[in-house]
Write a protein that binds this ligand. Sequence first.
Ligand code: HEM
Length: 190
Amino acid sequence: MFKPDTSVSESQNKGILKEIIETNITRKLIPKGLSWFGCMGGLSLLAFLIQLGTGIFLMFYFIPSPNEAAASFQHVSHRVPYGWLIQRIHSVGPHIMIGMVFSHMLRIFFKRIYRHPRELHWVSGASLLILTLLMYYTGSFLTANNAVELSKFQLTCSYTLHVAGIPLTMALFMGMHFFMVRKTGIYEPL
Ligand code: HEM
């Protein structure tokens, strides 16, 4: 019976994957004497991904209803394994992320990196800052104490914006931001 020789295409695939990883990650150069300030863009992305992961976890348990929100909150904190930890990370994370995004922006501002040809990096970045603050604002309504004060409609609106509308818009703007950084290359000499 005819058996296709898969070993050649498998090793070819591995070679392509290795090449992609090397050209995009392991063989990439970083600027000489990179400071903590210079890492704030990448760290903002990491903070966003942590918020995304912990937020998806919390979505499995949170009930966006003024009567049930507090109980669902208690359930995650006390009964779900490591729920308390994930919930804490998700509530402390935004403060750290906002600090990082601001530090990133201040570096760009004081080093005047926003000038041509990086005007659109700045505009998309400023939009990301506003969206980050909006995430914080809508998220603040979803805490156990604040959710009970809202009507069902207000809570549903905040929840929908917080878990879908704003994060999807952020992903879109981040895609543009990173694409433009790749196009111009970073400002610091390698
Ligand atoms: C969630 C928010 C943000 C994330 C995740 C993010 C991420 C990044 C990353 C990873 C880079 C490339 C590496 C670096 O230079 O740090 C970058 C570059 C850049 N960002 Fe942001 N950024 C954000 C917000 C902002 C804000 C608020 C501004 C300004 C208003 C901004 C303006 C820029 C500019 C001008 C560059 C190009 C820097 C260069 O060419 O060296 N970004 N960003």
